[in-house]
Design a protein around this ligand. Structure first.
Ligand code: NAD
Length: 475
């Protein structure tokens, strides 16, 4: 069956089908209908991508950092000019609302710009005292694997720093949401990226990662996705000692302290949690509320969740679209059923909506026993648990009681409590009195089973560099 739209591979500077002509379908999660297809790379396509990336490596790494940076800024401008069309495609294949998709592209553009404007500074030698110098050098060809939840901004956060550092990239985009990768790579093509410096492949993820990581051409692995897959890729990368940056799952707590302003906390949590139908690695999933505020918080949060307007992603009034795929609906059903069987109570939501599309409503669970799966498995959807706490020590212990350590949030105005939470919470990033995710200029990365390495800011570029130390530089 042929589709109106077909997304292709980009290898050695050219858009083309996979050599076997195999494709996979792209589904609109709001209708469950197939509307496009995406090419699948064969081993020979991957070999071609590897060879072209390796051929381009020397010239790209020795190109003045200013020119690399200018190219990133030019690509950002080209992408910015087509955000409306690109966001429409993203919304159609991912299910996020059009404003969410537009916002995501704005952040992708900002990420390309930030890395472009900092390419020179972050490629410059770093003096260490009078007689030592550090020369940042690009590590070489990067294999980048990006997921379907934020396909535009997560690609930008890998591609831009790697290119700024002087590394060619073979990107495997998410097969379920291919348009973001295609729009971004096309912006680079139009900006004049040399052949081989950016390659884009799709296909069977396990085959692609196994083949790319078994090649000694690849020097860096960067992956965003689940902890389980991240571990498999890290194991493959161990054979060639490829440098790894792993941005994995999360199960983020929000601690609402006794002095919190609920008029501020509830809308902030609701807005951040239900963006992208809760499918963000750093979305809050467990809310811990100081007991004196618990009843009031629960009533306001339930009301906020109930009021969220669910609908088609391109309807202007829609505040939350469908989940991205059927796997997420199954996960919501599994987690909710398990919690309820163990004695939890559904305050709002809790069942798939009876309409076409992968729609799951904002769901609040209370009285969730500690062994319920929803408190341990990453929900990655619009489910929140709410529980009271009595002391800050207890809240910290509960907040840290998962294997994940990506983000944590808290609401308090008391300096002493802030200090206790900042030092007590095991997380890569914290936000105080609001909820904030990744930004172009700051490092972001997890601890525990949420991964290692950083994306964003200076550290994001350093992830793709060898810092070559030269002793006796002035001798
Ligand atoms: P998944 O782990 O199978 O896939 C996640 C992503 O990794 C997808 O884009 C997929 O194409 C890719 N992938 C899967 N196997 C791969 C392999 N062997 N080699 C290379 N890439 C591979 O899970 P899923 O069902 O797509 O998503 C569900 C879970 O993934 C969620 O519960 C969540 O934990 C996690 N996830 C996390 C993020 C994040 O931002 N950290 C993003 C998406 C998914």
């Amino acid at each position: 069956m042929s589709h109106a739209r077909s997304y292709e591979l980009f290898i050695n500077g050219k858009w083309r089908a996979g050599s076997s002509r195999a494709t996979s379908p792209v589904i609109n999660p709001a209708t469950e209908k197939v509307f496009a297809s995406v090419a699948a790379a064969t081993v020979s396509d991957l070999d071609e991508a590897l060879a072209s990336a390796e051929r381009s490596r020397r010239a790209w790494s020795s190109r003045p950092a200013k020119e690399r940076g200018d190219l990133l800024v030019a690509a950002a401008g080209i992408l910015a000019a087509k955000v409306r069309d690109a966001a429409k495609d993203l919304s159609e294949e991912q299910g996020k609302t059009f404003p969410e998709a537009t916002g995501e592209y704005a952040r992708a553009v900002e990420t390309l710009e930030w890395n472009g404007t900092h390419a020179v500074g972050l490629s410059a030698p770093i003096p260490l005292g009078l007689n030592r110098m550090i020369f940042p050098e690009p590590l070489g060809v990067v294999a980048a694997f990006t997921p379907w939840n934020y396909p535009a901004v997560l690609i930008a956060r890998k591609l831009a720093p790697a290119l700024a550092a002087g590394c060619p990239v073979i990107l495997k985009g998410a097969e379920e949401t291919p348009s973001a990768a295609v729009h971004i790579v096309e912006a680079f093509r139009q900006a004049g990226i040399p052949d081989g410096v950016v390659n884009l492949v799709f296909g069977v993820p396990v085959q692609i990662s196994r083949h790319l990581l078994s090649s000694s051409i690849v020097k860096v692995l960067t992956f965003t996705g689940s902890t389980e897959v991240g571990k498999q890729l890290a194991a493959l990368a161990a054979n060639n000692l490829q440098r790894c940056i792993l941005e994995l799952g999360g199960h983020s707590p929000v601690i609402v302290c006794e002095d919190a302003d609920l008029a501020r906390a509830v809308p902030a949590i609701s807005e951040y949690k239900f963006e992208c139908a809760g499918q963000s690695c750093n979305a809050p999933s467990r809310i811990l509320v100081a007991r004196p505020l618990y009843k009031e918080f629960l009533s306001r949060m339930t009301e906020a969740a109930r009021k969220i307007k669910i609908g088609l992603p391109d309807d202007p009034g829609t505040e939350m679209g469908p989940m991205a795929n059927a796997r997420r609906i199954e996960a919501m059903q599994r987690l909710t059923k398990d919690a309820v069987e163990r004695g939890a109570r559904i305050e709002v939501g809790g069942a798939r909506l009876d309409r076409p599309g992968f729609y799951w409503p904002p769901t609040l669970l209370t009285g969730v026993p500690k062994d319920a799966k929803v408190l341990h498995d990453e929900p990655f959807g619009p489910i929140l648990t709410v529980a009271p706490f009595d002391t800050i020590e207890e809240a910290i212990e509960e907040a840290n009681a998962t294997e994940y350590g990506l983000a944590a949030y808290f609401f308090t105005g008391t300096a002493e409590v802030k200090r206790a939470l900042i030092s007590g919470l095991s997380a890569g990033a914290l936000s105080v009195n609001y909820l904030k995710g990744v930004s172009a200029d700051a490092p972001y990365g997890g601890v525990k089973q949420s991964g290692y390495g950083y994306e964003g800011g200076e550290q994001g570029v350093r992830s793709f560099q060898n810092l070559k130390l030269v002793n006796g530089f002035a001798s």
